[in-house]
Design a protein around this ligand. Structure first.
Ligand code: SF4
Length: 399
């Protein structure tokens, strides 16, 4: 880093020009119309990993539904997840609600205005605490995320890997030193705004950038190369078999869904039953349809769900931060005849005896998951991960 070369003058120029640009270029975003710490907090949590355009309608609906910290703290979790449906990274929603409960219990419903207490709230890391303290309370705290690190790397020609903790610390110190007295909230937002609108990851628009004159990265022709960022591990592929079980008799027109366990990935959300395509993660990509359906039928049977395979229906995929699900969806029909029941039960017993261990994910054969039959209308009340919404909507619109 050419920190010694980051002269006082260059820093002052950066802060001054950035602020004056922000005053005329800032976007009119719903959470910027107030200094309500709760609104700022919600928006910052939503904006993690999610684009502004996507967040706006979610933010508005969320605030309408949960207008105060108390309303959020007291809401049924299902409602909170439902309001978050489609945004992904659902632990953010759960943590937000848990933190709202902490604010009610410990701080009388007021978002704390000091670093120690804000940082102690569930799901509030250094970036979010800096954003809340600076934007809501105008305290000189840095709010350094990937966007900000990109801008600072370029302007100050910082060659350190931004994935390293030490680099983040360095960036936080630098960002703090740039905050003009009394302007923390605007300055941090200006920095974020520059990263979002001008100093973008690809093709930064240096020619219209308010700080281009002293930008060391641009002067060195390094703007496209910076920031230095070591590659994150790619998500691990997982091949999964999914059962879309159509109801029969009293359940005709309905589909079987299951609720995930209370902890872990996508906790307590609804989904179609699914299992790994093979015992080992990463295997099972090429399992033919016949054995795949047998495996699913057996796993369903092991969980007490009697269903006969109909055929392959569709493929779907979904990427989480660390896992990539490749899903093959098979259609099943609820089996209520005695013969079918016996056959499925026998098959399930053989499956378990073979140690396949893949009873309807994620529980084993003593699956105590909550199951229910739903219509498309019922989807409006239950929170599903995106990938299952896509599968179910495609299915319901095809019948
Ligand atoms: S001049 Fe270019 S590289 Fe430098 S801060 Fe502006 S947009 Fe980013």
């Amino acid at each position: 880093m050419q920190d010694s070369k980051a002269s006082k003058e260059s820093k002052q120029y950066f802060s001054r020009e950035l602020l004056s640009w922000y005053e005329q270029a800032k976007r009119d975003l719903p959470w910027r119309r107030h200094r309500n710490p709760y609104y700022i907090w919600v928006s910052e949590i939503m904006l993690q990993q999610t684009r502004v355009d996507t967040v706006i309608p979610y933010f508005q609906r969320f605030i309408e539904r949960f207008p105060t910290i108390q309303a959020l703290a007291e809401a049924p979790e299902e409602d909170v997840l439902k309001s978050w449906e489609g945004l992904g990274y659902y632990s953010r929603a759960r943590n937000l609600q848990a933190a709202a409960q902490q604010v009610m219990e410990r701080h009388g419903g007021i978002v704390p205005d000091n670093k120690k207490d804000v940082s102690a709230l569930k799901g509030v890391g250094p970036y979010t605490s800096g954003a809340i303290l600076s934007i809501a309370y105008n305290q000189p705290e840095p709010a350094v995320d990937g966007n900000v690190m990109r801008v600072l790397s370029r302007y100050f020609l910082i060659e350190e890997d931004i994935m390293k903790t030490g680099t983040r610390t360095l960036m936080e110190e630098l960002a703090t030193s740039l905050i003009p007295p009394g302007r923390a909230g605007d300055f941090n937002q200006a920095l974020m705004e520059l990263g979002a609108l001008i100093c973008t990851p690809k093709s930064p628009q240096c020619l219209i950038c308010p700080v281009m004159v002293h930008c060391s990265g641009r002067l060195e022709g390094a703007e496209e190369r910076l920031p230095v960022k070591s590659k994150a591990k790619p998500p691990r592929p997982e091949y999964r078999l999914v059962a879309l079980v159509e109801g029969d008799g009293a359940q005709a027109g309905r589909v079987l869904v299951r609720r995930r366990p209370d902890t872990g990935l996508l906790a307590r959300m609804w989904e179609l039953p699914h299992i790994p395509a093979a015992a080992e993660p990463g295997e099972g990509a090429g399992l033919p349809d016949g054995p795949a359906m047998d495996r699913l039928a057996a796993a369903l049977g092991g969980a007490g769900v009697m269903a006969a395979p109909v055929g392959a229906l569709m493929e779907a995929e979904h990427t989480f931060s660390h896992i990539h699900w490749n899903m093959r969806v098979f259609r099943f029909h609820q089996a209520d005849g005695l013969g079918e029941l016996a056959a499925v039960a026998e098959s399930a017993a053989a499956y378990e005896a073979n140690g396949a261990g893949g009873a309807v994910s994620p529980s084993a054969s003593d699956d105590s998951a909550e199951y229910r039959w739903i219509t498309q209308d019922d989807m409006g009340e239950l929170a599903f991960p995106n990938v299952f919404i896509r599968i179910l909507n495609r299915y319901f619109s095809s019948i």
